[in-house]
Design a protein around this ligand. Structure first.
Ligand SMILES: CC(C)(COP(=O)(O)OP(=O)(O)OC[C@H]1O[C@@H](n2cnc3c(N)ncnc32)[C@H](O)[C@@H]1OP(=O)(O)O)[C@@H](O)C(=O)NCCC(=O)NCCS
Length: 169
């Protein structure tokens, strides 16, 4: 487990997620995507469908690679403030990683939690022998695009409303 205590900010720990964290993870996801709904939901979905899809999507992200799903929690309360999911696959020089999802509760954004989570995800991918890491981001999700570009990701391709970004590890 990794933890930090920046000045007066609460102490934050990054730890592997467990199934018990998922109600909190889903809440963070719904809150983080306010204003970015086209990148989280289909426009015709009812609120119940949004809940159902989110549960299935995040459950899939976890089950595909439980080791690569991390939460940022406030200490000592244990409240989940953000999360990241990374999948790794392939062999030898072709080993790759993908950031499937990263989100921080809106009230906690802009204080370095996203950076902590992304640093952790990239270190995890490297520790698994991956030489490249990729992700798909909404093409108009300017804040996230800017963050990734500053971290050295470059645009690799576009598909519908998504931009694929790639970085050498
Ligand atoms: C993307 C997201 C996870 C970033 O989390 P965060 O906690 O706000 O990020 P941080 O505070 O660590 O900021 C990360 C970097 O972006 C910079 N930054 C912060 N706000 C910014 C803004 N509005 N525009 C550009 N850069 C910004 C920070 O200075 C920091 O740079 P540094 O790493 O060089 O210090 C968060 O905004 C979020 O949950 N967004 C909604 C969900 C989403 O879009 N996920 C991405 C899916 S691909």
């Amino acid at each position: 487990m990794e933890s930090t205590n920046a000045s007066s900010r609460p102490r934050i720990a990054i730890r592997p997620a467990t199934p018990a964290d998922f109600p909190a993870i889903e809440r963070v996801y719904h809150r983080a995507y306010r204003g970015l709904e086209p990148y989280a939901y289909e426009s015709h979905w009812t609120p119940e469908e949004r809940e159902k899809y989110t549960r299935e999507y995040l459950g899939w992200a976890y089950e595909e690679d439980p080791e690569g799903f991390f939460v940022a929690v406030e200490e000592p309360s244990g409240e989940v403030l953000g999360f990241v999911s990374v999948h790794t696959w392939g062999e030898g020089r072709a080993r790759r990683a993908e950031i499937i999802e990263v989100a921080v509760d809106p009230e906690q954004q802009g204080h370095g939690l996203g950076r902590l989570l992304l640093d952790h995800a990239e270190r995890y991918a490297k520790s698994k022998g991956c030489t490249k890491i990729q992700l798909w981001v909404g093409s108009e999700n300017r804040r996230a695009l800017e963050i990734y570009k500053r971290r050295g990701y470059r645009e690799a391709s576009r598909y519908e409303r998504w931009t694929k970004m790639l970085k050498d590890l």
